[in-house]
Every structure is written in structure tokens, then in C-alpha cells.
Design a protein around this ligand. Structure first.
Ligand code: NOJ
Length: 513
């Protein structure tokens, strides 16, 4: 049976988008030294693990997801030594750091790609997927053509400046389509294993794997891609059993089989971020939504959850990320508190996107920066304080404009306010830390309330058993305590225990034993 590294049981991830977090040298772009300076902030807020978006050398046509050198930190973020120091300091503080790993494509400027463009056969000729004539392209795959003297078109993976690395075809048909075991794909896999080892050797704790399902082409059931990942992950875990792999795949049924410890369900409608927040006429957690119905969500969630836990693995639940609209776009701060209560008391591994702790907003109408397009507004600089540059940089400019629409939304201001979102989250995470029944691997049992409003569930680990009830609605509910003593541990004003039931006034919650 595959099992996960032990540290995931208590892992709480904070996603740092490096360019927007904290600028230590005044050039208007966040950097690794800046992140290191803020480790205590992240730790004191209650998080013990970081996911860093790509930090490697890149022309930044897609915010660093277009890599030119996988083993070199981009100058603007500092040096490789800064990264190693960050890992070391994080470890000294009991924290972990996972890196973004982009196995599906490189930048068009990557030296590997430049070599592969040469007409004369060389080591990199089959590192990418080239056809054997500039006029041909593989069925249904995007290509670029006419970019070099090599007679062929080359497959791209995301933007046109991101040529796809060659992991082969599930069932090759054309002479230029290699099987997974072919020389080109096996060369790519060996190069990727080498990169992963490099960063683990220097102290990284694992990887968030970008577009993990995109590797093998014409692979409808993903069995080829699963095979490739098994080869990569099994090899790495042999030497680094504590390394964590999290997939951007959207299908735990495939990705967990492939050896990942957990899967983001980003595009999956049954990610709570999607079905309870963004892809519904009215988000479940909005107080004025009078027709709350989470049945479809929970029916599917339970299926995925029971599969993941049967494999002793996890799903990854998010507050949002660098590709999604900010949570504050959908919910008011008071409503966000209810979403956080849910996110951080559910089973599985939670991820908070930087700035969501203070309810940073989506910055509307920005011209695209570094391939962000409509995502640019989710990536604005962290709002540390209310000063002109928001405490993000000592310089006069920042690479994305500081959000002008930020009155009262900063770490400094919210930390002083007992009712702020920030203070609520900090208190919640401190509470969670003291209760093993809220660990990521603690058991989960949903109580069947009508339409799942209020949300009531039971978490249990070792001798501790907790009942969590969340009522983000405008109605009052009375729910039987069953065999719980009814001792409230964490609650908002309107929720209390009355004889053998708990009473939940509108917009209230309670956690009891
Ligand atoms: C997913 C990443 O999250 C996104 O930011 C990026 O643009 C694409 N993959 C391409 O790498």
C-alpha cells in the first residue's frame, strides 16, 4: 500500500507567489530573501509549509512557468544559495518548502530547445515533439512551425512560447511519434529525475507538479502519463521517502495511482472552491443565499475522499491560487471566515494563497503582466501595511501596481483588529494545532442535514472526537448532540448548547466535544 510522508498529516500550506510577496532589495519585485524575512510571519499565522511558484531562470512570458534553466534561481529572486538558505531556515523553524516543478514544457528560449531546433541530429533532437516535416502536425495538438531550419513542426503545451517536452505517445501512429520507452521520452524522464534530485539534495521538501496530466500525448485514459509518473516518483521516493508530490491533475483517481500524495482538484467541479464558491449562481457561503444545497458537491466529495483515504492519500483544498479569482471577489470578509472554518476543519491538506488571510481583492482592469492576462489582478503585491507601497517594497515602483482599492486591508491594520479576517484565521489555526481530531488524516463523517445546511461533520483521531457545525445561512437550526458531551471549544456568538441539542442562530458556528 502506498502511503504518504508523515509530515503531511499536520501540513498547512501557504502559497507564496514569489514576485509579489516581499521585496528585500527595492527593485519592485519580490525575492527569496524577502520570503526568508517573512518566514516568522507565516509561521506565527499558523502555517508550517510553503509552496513557492516557479523560482527558476525564465524570460517570464508565463510568470516563470516558462523555464530556461531548471537548476538555476532567476536573478531577480536572488541566487541558488538564497534558496538553499531559505530551505535551511525554514527547517530550523519546523517548516517545509515545496517548489513548483514544470515537467510539461520549457521556455522557447531554453538551451535544450535551441539545440533541438538545429537540423543536425544532437542530444536534444528528440527532447521535444517534432514532426518530420514543417507541414505536418500531430492530430489535435497545437504546434509552432517555421521557427528554425529544422524541417518539422513542434508541439506546444500551453502558450505558444512553451514547447512540450517529449514523453512519447500512448499509441504511436506516425513515424515521428515515439513510444514512452523510446530514446527521446526516456531522455526527458532522466533529465526530470536529475532536476528533482538536485533540489531535494539542496533541501527542498517536495514539488507541486504543473499540468501533471499533460505529459504523454494522445493518452485519453492517462495510463501512459500514469506510467511515466510512477517511474519518476518511485525512483525519487526510493531515495527521498519524505518528499511530497502534489499534482495539478484534477483527477485523484489517476494522479494518486500515479504515485502523487495529493491532488489539486482545480478544474474539478467538486473542488469546494468551484462548486461551493465560484461556479454557482450564488456561493454556498454567501449569507444571502437562501437556497443552499451542497448535496451534489458532497456526494462527489465523499467518493473522491474515500478513494484518497483508501490509498492513505489526500486531496488538496484551496482558498484560491495564482490562476483563480481571489476569494474576496466572491465573499465578504465575514463570509470568508465561514469558508475558512470549513477549509481548515475538513480532512485533507489545505492551501491558503498569500494575501487571502487579509482578504486581498482582485485588482480589476489591469493590463496583463508577464503572461497573467486576467490572472494579473490576483497577483498584486502583498499588502503588508497601509503605506504608499503597502510595505511590499522600499522602491518607488512595483512590477504589478499595488491595489489602490485596499482601504483597511493590510496585515498591519488587521493584526490590530480583534474582529478582522486575519485575527479570525490566526485564532482558528492556533485552535486547530491543539486538536489532533483536526489533523489532515483524522477521520471524517458527514451528518446528513437537509441540503447539507447547516454543515455538520464529525472528525476523530485517537481519543479525540469533535463535532463541527457551520451555519452560514439566515435561518436558525437546532441539531441533536447525539453522544457528544456538548462542551463548546470554539464558537461564534450565536451558537450554543441547550440541553441535548446545539442551537445555531443565523451565521453562527460551533466546534464541540
Ligand atoms: C498551470 C499554472 O498554474 C499556470 O499559472 C501556468 O500558466 C500553466 N500551468 C502553464 O504552465
Amino acid at each position: 500500500m502506498n502511503s504518504h510522508p508523515e509530515w503531511l498529516n499536520k501540513a498547512l500550506f501557504y502559497e507564496v507567489y514569489p514576485q509579489s510577496f516581499f521585496d528585500s532589495n527595492g527593485d519592485g519585485i519580490g525575492d527569496l530573501k524577502g520570503i526568508q524575512k517573512k518566514l516568522d510571519y507565516i509561521k506565527n499565522l499558523g502555517f508550517n509549509a510553503l509552496w513557492l511558484n516557479p523560482i527558476y531562470e525564465s524570460p517570464f512570458k508565463d510568470a516563470g512557468y516558462d523555464i530556461t534553466d531548471y537548476k538555476k534561481v532567476a536573478k531577480r529572486y536572488g541566487t541558488n544559495k538564497d534558496a538553499y538558505d531559505l530551505f535551511k531556515t525554514a527547517h530550523e523553524k519546523g517548516m517545509r518548502v515545496i517548489l513548483d516543478f514544470v515537467p510539461g514544457h520549457t521556455s522557447i528560449n531554453c538551451p535544450w530547445f535551441k539545440k533541438s531546433c538545429e537540423p543536425k541530429e544532437n542530444e536534444f533532437s528528440s527532447r521535444y515533439i517534432w514532426t518530420d516535416s514543417v507541414w505536418k502536425s500531430p492530430k489535435d495538438l497545437p504546434v509552432i512551425r517555421g521557427i528554425s531550419d529544422r524541417d518539422g513542426a513542434v508541439v506546444t503545451n500551453f502558450f505558444s512560447v512553451q514547447p512540450a517536452l517529449n514523453y512519447g505517445f500512448a499509441s504511436p501512429h506516425e513515424s515521428y511519434e515515439e513510444p514512452i520507452d523510446g530514446k527521446g521520452p526516456q531522455g526527458t524522464i532522466a533529465a526530470m529525475i536529475d532536476i528533482l534530485r538536485f533540489w531535494l539534495f539542496h533541501g527542498a521538501d517536495g514539488f507541486r507538479c504543473d499540468m501533471a496530466d499533460s505529459l504523454v500525448k494522445h493518452d485519453p485514459d492517462r495510463s501512459g502519463t500514469i506510467r511515466v509518473w510512477k517511474q519518476i516518483i518511485d525512483t525519487i521516493k526510493n531515495d527521498y521517502p519524505d518528499a511530497v508530490f502534489v499534482s495539478e491533475w484534477d483527477n485523484p483517481l489517476c494522479s494518486l495511482k500515479a504515485g502523487f500524495d495529493m491532488d489539486f482538484l482545480l478544474q474539478d467541479p467538486f473542488n469546494p472552491y468551484n462548486s461551493l464558491l465560484t461556479r454557482t449562481a450564488s456561493p454556498y457561503f454567501r449569507f444571502d443565499n437562501t437556497k443552499k444545497d451542497a448535496k451534489a458537491y458532497f456526494d462527489n466529495f465523499r467518493k473522491l475522499y474515500s478513494f484518497a483515504s483508501s490509498q492513505q492519500k489526500f486531496l488538496s483544498l484551496i482558498s484560491g491560487n495564482h490562476d483563480t479569482k481571489r476569494l474576496a471577489f466572491y465573499l465578504k470578509p465575514e463570509e470568508m471566515k465561514f469558508y475558512y472554518l470549513y477549509l481548515f476543519t475538513m480532512p485533507n491538506v489545505p492551501f491558503l494563497y498569500y494575501g487571502d488571510e487579509i482578504g486581498m481583492g482582485y485588482e480589476e482592469g489591469l493590463v496583463s503582466v508577464e503572461g497573467g492576462f486576467d490572472r494579473t489582478g490576483d497577483r498584486s503585491p502583498m499588502q503588508w501595511d497601509e503605506s504608499k507601497m503597502a510595505g511590499f517594497t522600499t522602491g518607488k515602483t512595483s512590477y504589478i501596481k499595488i491595489n489602490p482599492d485596499r482601504k483597511g486591508i493590510s496585515v498591519r491594520e488587521e493584526a490590530q483588529d480583534d474582529d478582522s479576517l486575519f485575527t479570525f484565521l490566526k485564532t482558528l489555526l492556533a485552535f486547530r494545532k491543539d486538536h489532533v481530531a483536526l489533523d489532515n488524516d483524522a477521520s471524517f463523517e458527514l451528518v446528513d442535514t437537509k441540503g447539507y445546511c447547516p454543515l455538520v461533520y464529525i472528525r476523530k483521531k485517537f481519543a479525540e472526537k469533535l463535532l463541527i457545525a457551520i451555519n452560514p445561512s439566515m435561518r436558525t437550526y437546532k441539531i441533536s448532540l447525539g453522544d457528544f458531551k456538548g462542551n463548546p471549544l470554539f464558537s461564534s456568538g450565536g451558537a450554543f448548547v441547550e440541553e441535548d441539542a446545539m442551537k445555531l442562530s443565523p451565521q453562527s458556528f460551533i466546534v464541540l466535544e
